[in-house]
Structures are given as C-alpha cells and as structure tokens.
Design a protein around this ligand. Structure first.
Ligand SMILES: [Zn+2]
Length: 228
C-alpha cells in the first residue's frame, strides 16, 4: 500500500493529532523520500495542559511544539488558523482547504475518521467531513485514508494495519514535544502500548512480531486505480 504513494498530505484539526495518529507512518514515508505535507486546521488555542492556566501565546507555542515534533522528518507544515470549535462542513472551510489541496497536488490524503458514532473531538469529525467532501470530487486524489481516533471506544473499522520496528521511542518523543498538553493521557508512554493492544485486537493478529513495537491502524476509504 505505502509503496504506491507518490506524495501525501495529512489534514488534522489540532497541532498534535498527526503525531498521535500516524507519526510512524509519516516517518516511514519520509524515509522513502515521499513528498509530505501536514495541514493543521486550527491553532489549538483551546487545548492546554490539564492542570495549567491557559497561556496567552498558546497558538505560537503549539506551532513551535509541532515544528519540534517533526524536526527530524522532511515534511512541509501548513497552518489554516481557523477558529477553534468553528469548524464545519461549510463553503468557507471547504473552499479554503480545497485551494491548498489543489496546490499541493498529492495523490494520497490522510485525515481523521469521520463516522465515529460515540466519542471523538467535534473538530476531528468536522475536519474529516470537510476533507472527505473534497477528496470525493478530485480525480487526482487516488487514496483517502482515515487514521485511528485516539479513543479506543470510538466506532472505527480499520482495514489497513501498518507495523514498525523500534519506532516507539521516536513516536513517544514526538508526542512529548507538546508540553503545553502536559497531563493529558496520551503524553504517557503507556498510551502507545495500550493503543497497540487495541489495534492488535482490531487486526485479529494472534502472533504479532515482538520486534514491531508500533502498530498504526487505518481505514482505507477509497483507492483508485491510476489511469493507464
Ligand atoms: Zn485533536
């Protein structure tokens, strides 16, 4: 699957979503010299550490954290700076993102899963709907892929599982760069270990190779065959 990707863009709601959802996959694609882009729809200015007071310059802090998290990966970062909690599947948000996606011209798009019936952040669900709307209308986009929501209780039906060896430390390190989110459960390394257990049960693999310490799960929404 990944070998067929010529260029990829990942669209997320908040500055730390990509690291949590698919850092190791982006890292792998980067090592394969696949051109990569990350679009962050909001500044994440309403998300701050559980036990701290909100800092005035949180938007700038979160951008800095994002750049630190991806400092070892060749990926271009793009900020839409939409208002937090204003995201919806409306003309403004669709057309502004569509312009950027057209310009980047990637054949593969990653984004949040949008059909979680039970629990996921409302901005994640909104971004998924916006991105899916655009991808369904653009012939040059060959693959639309949802990454797994953070919450294992969310209704998510993955059909693509990717495994990486010796990647846990680097993924945890990238997530840890988001110190403004200190105290959130996904900052703890156990979160990744528990995610692996959930993903492993989703994939119904009974004998997972112990050397592969990161497992990321996805839903391949569509994959078009290239015109010949
Ligand atoms: Zn988020």
């Amino acid at each position: 699957m990944l070998d067929n990707i010529q260029s990829a863009v990942c669209v997320v709601a908040h500055p730390d979503d990509a690291e949590i959802g698919l850092f190791s996959t982006l890292e792998y694609l980067s090592m394969q010299s696949v051109p990569l882009h990350l679009i962050v729809m909001t500044g994440g200015s309403l998300g701050f550490a559980v036990q701290s007071n909100k800092q005035d310059n949180l938007r700038q802090i979160r951008k800095f954290e994002l750049e630190s998290a991806f400092s070892d990966i060749n990926i271009s970062l793009h900020y839409m700076d939409h208002q937090e909690n204003s995201l919806s599947n409306n003309n403004h948000h669709i057309s502004s993102l569509e312009k950027l996606i057209l310009k980047l011209n990637c054949d593969t798009v990653f984004t949040h899963a949008g059909d979680n019936k039970y629990c996921d952040h409302q901005n994640h669900l909104a971004v998924s709907k916006i991105v899916t709307n655009i991808c369904a209308r653009k012939d040059f986009i060959r693959n639309l892929i949802y990454f797994s929501p953070v919450n294992g209780m969310a209704s998510f039906s993955p059909n693509l599982f990717l495994y990486y060896s010796n990647a846990l430390e680097r993924k945890h390190s990238a997530i840890s760069k988001h110190q403004s989110q200190h105290g959130r459960y996904y900052m703890n390394k156990n979160f990744l270990k528990e995610s692996n257990i959930i993903n492993r049960s989703r994939s119904n693999f009974s004998g997972l190779d112990v050397d592969k310490d990161i497992l990321e799960s996805f839903q391949l929404v569509f994959s078009k065959v290239a015109n010949v």
